[in-house]
Design a protein. Structure first.
Length: 144
């Protein structure tokens, strides 16, 4: 087959996958553990000449981070591990964290999400409605 009928970029390597950037919220609340993890990741990436986009993202978040510590550990707030139980008895645990810390697969939700907003300020025994999740009861609140 003639080279005229092939795409010029067939042999070119695939471009690296780009991470979806996490916008810096205003205010930029973070947990102490999240800020420490971000600083450690930034140090490692800087030392190893890692992904410049991730370095920039971490630097931007850390530049305006406001580390929040809970004032009342009986109330859901930033850094809380909240266990809820639905009407069928199924329990789910969420952790409310800063935007850059969020990891939905682990149940770590940004404090700005609708679920976090529904949980915010609740206490053990409170019943509330979660967005698209029905009614749940708060059965445990813990802070690391």
């Amino acid at each position: 087959m003639s080279k005229a009928f092939t795409k010029e970029d067939d042999d070119a390597p695939a471009p690296p996958a780009r991470r979806r950037g996490v916008p810096v919220p205003e205010p930029n609340f973070m947990t102490a553990a999240g800020a420490a993890a971000a600083r450690a990741e930034l140090a490692r990436l800087t030392r190893d000449a890692g992904d410049p986009d991730r370095i920039r993202e971490l630097s931007d978040h850390l530049a305006t981070a406001q580390v929040v510590t809970p004032e009342d550990r009986d109330v859901v707030g930033l850094g809380a591990n909240v266990t809820v139980e639905d009407e069928s008895g199924k329990r789910t645990t969420y952790r409310l964290v800063g935007a850059i810390e969020a990891d939905p697969k682990r149940g770590w939700l940004s404090w700005q999400t609708p679920i976090a907003n529904a949980l915010w300020g609740a206490r053990v025994g409170d019943a509330l409605e979660l967005p698209r999740g029905g009614e749940v009861e708060i059965v445990a609140i813990a802070y690391d």
